[in-house]
Each structure stands twice: as structure tokens, then as C-alpha cells.
Ligand binder design. Structure first.
Ligand SMILES: [Zn+2]
Length: 89
């Protein structure tokens, strides 16, 4: 790489840093995945934390399947109880 190009690269990256710094007020870090959200990654504030749309979607899916999950856990518990009963017999 030519010296000139190298300097140009450094200047470009400095410009980028300045741009990012200038953007900080509207940037937030997702408390779940740690990604930084702005324009291309919509964020929502929940309490004092920010969460990105991807994590929010995942969270919603988890919540939607919570009932199913709880039923599964209850079944496992029952099954375990039955097994323990069987062992103690
Ligand atoms: Zn996230």
C-alpha cells in the first residue's frame, strides 16, 4: 500500500470515528446482545435498558411459547414424581 493511501485510510477512519461520536446521543447498546443500535437496528427502551428489535422478537417468541414450555415442565415434573414413586416402591 502506498503511503498516500495509508494516510487516506487513517483519515477516513478518523472521519468515521467522528461520525460515530456525533451519533452517540441517538445510539444505544442492546442489553441482551450488546449490539449498538441506530437507524439500521431499531431499539426500544424498557425501563432503563435498551433492547434491539431482534432480541425483542426473540423475547416475544419465548413469551408466546411460555405456556407450552410451562406445560412441558409440569409434565417433566409429574414424570419425575412417578419415577421416584416407582423407585421407592
Ligand atoms: Zn439485541
Amino acid at each position: 500500500m502506498k503511503q498516500e493511501d495509508l494516510i487516506r485510510n487513517i483519515v477516513e477512519s478518523m472521519k468515521m470515528d467522528l461520525y460515530v461520536e456525533a451519533k452517540i446521543p441517538e445510539m444505544h447498546v442492546c442489553f441482551l446482545c450488546g449490539r449498538i443500535g441506530y437507524k439500521n437496528l431499531p431499539m426500544k427502551k424498557i425501563g432503563e435498558k435498551w433492547i434491539c428489535i431482534d432480541c425483542l422478537r426473540e423475547l416475544k417468541e419465548t413469551l408466546d411459547s411460555l405456556e407450552e414450555w410451562e406445560q412441558e415442565l409440569a409434565l417433566q415434573k409429574e414424570f419425575k414424581k412417578d419415577l421416584e414413586k416407582g423407585f421407592n416402591r
